[in-house]
Ligand binder design. Sequence first.
Ligand code: GRF
Length: 201
Amino acid sequence: MTRLGILISGRGSNMLALAEAVGDGRIPETEIAIVISDKQNAAGLERARQLGLATEVVERHGRSREDHDRETVDALKNHRVDFVCLAGYMRVLSAYFLESFRDSILNIHPSLLPAFPGLNAQLQAIEHGVKWTGCTVHFVDETLDGGPIIAQRTVAVLDDDSEESLSARILEQEHQLYPEAVAFVVTGKYELAGRRVLSKP
Ligand code: GRF
């Protein structure tokens, strides 16, 4: 069994999408070992508990990034995690964290990267005037939302879109894309060629 650790900071809808896909076998031979939040009050924590998932809070307040990451990495290792999925985790990872799970950390971002990295990606897309945006699952490296791209989905930007309406349509796609991308990775059907994530024949 492949063991996933999911890191959240907020509502946790992508975490739930992953849990559903693990439950119904779309992500095969995999279990969720632990859901960790860096915020005590993350709504996703309660939703994870309701599903019977193990949860932990590793509070970030008042400590250095490295110190916080050491505790998070310890918790992931204690639960024998193979892959880490960031799902609305609002924290940049330290070099220590990245080295601890090299090429085994995934993130989902609500734009077609490399366009609009960072915060408020949906609003950035509207303000830039692009006609298409979407979502991206990528491996996490030391850059901000810049690691090798695993999978993407497109979403049209409509003339009357608000940040909320566009975010909602992208989120629907995120909930399909993230499980597909995790399934692709945990089944080992890929190889990394520099920045490119290629399907194995
Ligand atoms: C999603 O839009 C995700 O792409 C971004 O943060 C948001 C998290 O939402 N990284 P949720 O907590 O999974 O509902």
